[in-house]
Design a protein around this ligand. Structure first.
Ligand SMILES: [Zn+2]
Length: 301
């Protein structure tokens, strides 16, 4: 029962993640161009034909169209399904990590496999009692499952959005060589909104701990920017601080400062060789790597 429920839940989180990925493709493409996110609707850049609603399915549409426009057969970049796949996989991974019981600096949150197992046991006992004596009034309710499911989805996307913001900044930087202020502001708000959401969602007294992690997050962003002040161009300083804060938000106390210094060091070395700023993509990769390690650690503990 618990396993089925968790599989459905992670599947649902993954589908939501792919849908977000589809939207982020539009963000990565249009925001640096100063275009509206809503109009005109998605269309082929070559022939201008609108994307059919049934061809708007993340990842799969690209596969059944074999990477070509339905009308003019112009190739569609593999980047689109790739971003959708990354967002889908990240959401599923974060869902599994949250359900497996935690995050560095976040183990005091109350949601874990055991909680679902308890709901499952209560549910099965109620069903057994009802089958034994159908005349008795037994209340069969999914309320507890439903509450836990909502919490799991919300928590998964708090973390997923930290990774998504790094991904968006990373790809825009890769494409354009700079990131618009609006996207930097979007990235910088995520640790703040995330902190408030976690405090709202958590039953446990996590106020102090979360504020500490928030301070570590902002501190790591600012410290990284100061540390590499000379290596970072003026217009990149806010972006670097925001990315450092996103990393710190996910890594918690232990990884925040050291991790961001290592990532920026690697990014500086890559920039010297290639001339490209890949700090955003590195932060994204590091957050994902952290989630893989965490989910394995908590699931096998
Ligand atoms: Zn076309």
């Amino acid at each position: 029962m618990t396993a089925v429920f968790l599989a459905i839940l992670i599947g649902w989180i993954a589908i939501l993640g792919a849908a977000f990925g589809s939207f982020f493709n539009v963000v990565i493409w249009r925001v640096p161009e100063g275009m509206s996110l809503i109009s005109p609707p998605s269309h082929c850049p070559k022939c201008g034909a609108r994307v059919r609603p049934f061809d708007n399915v993340p990842i799969l549409a690209w596969l059944w169209l074999r990477g070509r426009c339905r009308d003019c057969k112009a190739p569609i970049s593999v980047r689109y399904p790739f971003v959708e796949f990354l967002c889908c996989a990240v959401a599923a991974l974060f869902g599994a990590t949250i359900l497996a019981g935690g995050w560095v600096g976040f183990t005091s949150q109350t949601l874990n496999w055991n909680e679902f197992a308890e709901y499952s046991a209560a549910w099965e006992a109620a069903v057994a009692a009802f089958e034994a004596d159908p005349t008795q009034t037994t209340t069969l309710t999914f309320d507890a499952y439903w509450a836990a499911a909502q919490k799991a989805v919300a928590l998964s996307f708090i973390w997923a959005f930290a990774a998504y913001a790094a991904l968006i900044l990373g790809f825009v930087e890769w494409d354009k060589g700079s990131v618009p202020k609006s996207l930097v502001c979007f990235a910088a708000t995520i640790p703040v909104v995330g902190l408030l959401a976690i405090i709202t969602l958590s039953d446990a007294d996590v106020w102090g701990g979360r504020c500490g992690i928030f301070a570590a997050s902002v501190g790591s962003g600012v410290a990284a920017t100061l540390l590499f002040w000379r290596a970072i161009s003026r217009r990149e300083r806010a972006e670097t601080a925001a990315l450092g804060a996103l990393w710190g938000f996910c890594a918690g106390y232990w990884g925040a400062f050291l991790g961001v210094a290592v990532l920026l060091g690697v990014a500086a070395a890559i920039r010297r060789k290639t001339g490209r700023n890949v700090f955003g993509l590195l932060v994204f990769a590091a957050i994902v790597a952290l989630a893989v390690v965490e989910s394995v650690w908590f699931a096998t503990r």
